[in-house]
Structures are given as structure tokens and as C-alpha cells.
Design a binder for this molecule. Structure first.
Ligand SMILES: NC(=O)c1ccc[n+]([C@@H]2O[C@H](COP(=O)([O-])OP(=O)(O)OC[C@H]3O[C@@H](n4cnc5c(N)ncnc54)[C@H](O)[C@@H]3O)[C@@H](O)[C@H]2O)c1
Length: 342
């Protein structure tokens, strides 16, 4: 794949989120938005003038039959993701799938295996994993600046879009779960979740989830679209320092607290003392995460490198979501993930 010829990209699903992806692939250097596809002809008509160089169709088969199509972006409803991704892979095109990759671990694994077997670049839109603030937090974790990570927790709250076809866990959870898996860099071995449905029977608006990782690190999630606060925050507690990523802040996205317990000494061994030092906020590159994600997908197609959020990372997130959903249905019973050590 040469570095100059633009890659021809198709976006499938042009409702709410798809057009954001279409705009990025239309404008990024090195890509050309060749196709926009949706089952709804009326929806396509709304976008024709915005993308004058793009072809429009209601039939994915037409996109896949086009030898000029290099890559397909799937922004359709979640239950269709795995089936459409497999169709795209079968046609030999690279594929970018909206989060979550699938509704079941089995379907997510089928996509990951098919992509590997065909040598296809498959990326999942875990866009926060490429957020420059998360890249910084990952650096702080991996360099040991925080000490040993003890636990982390995410808050994703809003009085926001209330979806009818998926609960707050499936709608909001992929963001925090993918970031937690990325930051901790280990498998989740056990999860549990409780929640409640106040607006629609059987669709949880509020979910509290817990994750245990291999080394004993724990994670906690609070997800809700029924809350007075708009909060998008991840906090990581280390033995030496603590860090907060607050995506609602425009300038101070990350705050590092030089705070922690002081190791016990002989004389005062019976007390745990705490240390409270500097608080600082590193500068974070202001690049738009969705643009970085789209660029990363194009770069990976060109280089053949695995994307940072490849189908296997997508599978790991689906594993946690599926098990949390099971736990939700069983009043918070802890669920051991398949393959976890006994
Ligand atoms: N990454 C993020 O932050 C983020 C934000 C919002 C939504 N999303 C994801 O984006 C995806 C789309 O979300 P939305 O709110 O736009 O969904 P939506 O349900 O409003 O729209 C989906 C569109 O896909 C079309 N479609 C369905 N099957 C099709 C097919 N076989 N061929 C062509 N078109 C088809 C439908 O006609 C519809 O217009 C979802 O997976 C959602 O999880 C991601």
C-alpha cells in the first residue's frame, strides 16, 4: 500500500454517528470518502450536498463489489456489527467497527479470527483509548510514576440520550471498559454489576460495575443517563500518586496528585500517615480523538501494524460487557470470565 494514493473508504450507517466518521474520512489527507451507505434513502438525501464527491447507495453489496473500495466503516446498530463486519472481511476489505464490536464474545471472536485469517486490518472505535489524555495517563502508569496501580474508577453520567434498544452498560460502558483494560494492561478475571431501570422496563438507566484484574487491581464503573451531572471522568489510584482524567475540563484534562500513604516506620508503625504534595496538570495535545482514531485506522492499513484497538481488544471489552450484563440479570452475582485462572 503506497503512502500517497488515498484509501477509498465507505461509511455504512449515516444516522447520528456515521456522519461524524464520514466527515473525518472525507477530510483526512490520505483518504477519500468513496461511498456513504444507509438503508434509509431519505437519510442519504440529507447528506448528498455535504459530500459532493461521494457515491450514495442503500445496498452494502454494491460497496463491497466495488474493487476500488479499500475499507468499510460500520456505524449501524450494535446487533448488526458482527454480521456486517464478517461480510466486509469476507469481501477482502479493511474494516472499522463502531463500539462495541459485537453483542457476544463468540461473535467478537469470530470477527477477530476472520480478520486475522484474511490479513485484514480490523479496528474498533474505542476512541478514548486514542485520546491524548489517556495516552498521557498510560505513560504515567507504565513509567511507574504512579507507583503500583491499586484501583481505578470511571464515572460517565449525564441527563443524556436515552436509548431504547440498549442499556446504559452497552451504550456507555465500552468507553470506560476499553480504557481500563488498556491502562491496566491485563485480563479481567471477574466482574459484577448491579443497576436499575427507572425510565423503561428492562433497560437499565443506571449501572454500577466492578472488575477484578489478574493482579488484584480493581476497577469500578458508574454509568448513567439519568443524572444531574455531566461527568466523564477516570481516576487512577497508585501507591505513589493519583491521577484524574476529566474530559469535561477544556484545559486541565489531567490532574496528577502527589498524594499517598507513607510507608509505616518503626516508631509510629501503628499509624498509617498520609503525604500530600504537589498537584500538577501536564499539557495535553488538543487533537480531536475521533480524528486521531480515523487517522490511526488509515495508518495501520498502510503499515500493516495491528491497531491499538484491534478486534482482540474489542473482544476483551465485549467479554466484560457480556459478563456484566449476565451479572446485572442475576442481581450482581460475580461472574468469572472464561479462561480466568481457577
Ligand atoms: N464512539 C462513540 O462515541 C459513539 C457515539 C454514538 C454512537 N456510536 C455508535 O455508532 C453506531 C451508530 O449509532 P447511531 O446512534 O448513529 O445509530 P442509529 O440506530 O441512529 O443509526 C444506524 C443507521 O444504520 C442504518 N443501517 C442499519 N443496517 C444497515 C445496513 N445493513 N446497511 C446500511 N445501513 C444500515 C440504519 O438505517 C440507520 O440509519 C452504534 O454502533 C453506536 O454504538 C458511537
Amino acid at each position: 500500500m503506497d503512502a500517497v494514493t488515498p484509501l477509498n473508504v465507505a461509511v455504512v450507517g449515516m444516522s447520528y454517528w456515521g456522519p461524524n466518521l464520514a466527515r473525518n474520512f472525507d477530510r483526512l489527507e490520505g483518504s477519500n470518502l468513496r461511498w456513504a451507505c444507509d438503508l434509509d434513502e431519505g437519510l442519504l438525501d440529507q447528506h448528498r450536498s455535504g459530500f459532493p464527491r461521494t457515491k450514495f447507495t442503500t445496498d452494502l453489496a454494491e460497496v463491497l463489489a466495488d474493487p476500488e473500495t479499500d475499507a468499510v466503516v460500520i456505524a449501524t446498530p450494535v446487533p448488526t456489527h458482527a454480521r456486517l463486519a464478517l461480510q466486509v472481511i469476507e469481501a477482502g476489505k479493511h474494516v472499522f467497527v463502531e463500539k462495541p464490536l459485537a453483542l457476544t464474545t463468540a461473535d467478537a471472536r469470530a470477527v477477530a479470527e476472520a480478520a486475522d485469517a484474511k490479513g485484514i486490518t480490523c479496528m474498533v472505535d474505542h476512541l478514548l483509548v486514542l485520546h491524548p489524555a489517556v495516552t498521557k495517563v498510560k505513560e504515567l502508569v507504565d513509567s511507574g510514576h504512579l507507583g503500583d496501580v491499586h484501583y481505578l474508577y470511571g464515572n460517565r453520567l449525564n441527563l443524556g440520550i436515552v436509548r431504547q434498544d440498549e442499556n446504559a452498560l452497552w451504550s456507555l460502558g465500552p468507553h470506560d471498559i476499553s480504557v481500563m483494560l488498556h491502562l491496566v494492561g491485563q485480563r479481567a478475571v471477574e466482574v459484577s454489576a448491579t443497576g436499575a431501570s427507572y425510565l423503561q422496563p428492562g433497560v437499565e438507566d443506571v449501572v454500577f460495575g466492578h472488575i477484578k484484574f489478574e493482579s488484584g487491581v480493581t476497577g469500578h464503573l458508574h454509568l448513567s443517563w439519568l443524572d444531574p451531572h455531566k461527568m466523564r471522568r477516570m481516576t487512577v489510584i497508585g501507591s505513589e500518586r493519583m491521577v484524574v482524567f476529566d474530559d469535561m475540563e477544556s484545559e486541565r484534562k489531567i490532574t496528577v496528585y502527589d498524594k499517598g500513604p507513607v510507608p509505616r516506620t518503626g516508631e509510629y508503625g501503628e499509624y498509617i500517615q498520609v503525604r500530600s504534595g504537589d498537584i500538577f496538570s501536564p499539557k495535553i495535545n488538543g487533537a480531536e480523538p475521533l480524528k486521531l482514531v480515523c487517522q490511526h485506522f488509515l495508518d495501520c492499513i498502510r503499515s500493516g501494524d495491528a491497531p491499538i484497538a484491534d478486534a482482540w481488544a474489542g473482544l476483551a471489552t465485549v467479554e466484560v460487557l457480556e459478563a456484566m450484563d449476565k451479572s446485572l440479570a442475576e442481581n450482581g452475582r460475580p461472574i468469572t470470565l472464561e479462561g480466568a485462572p481457577a
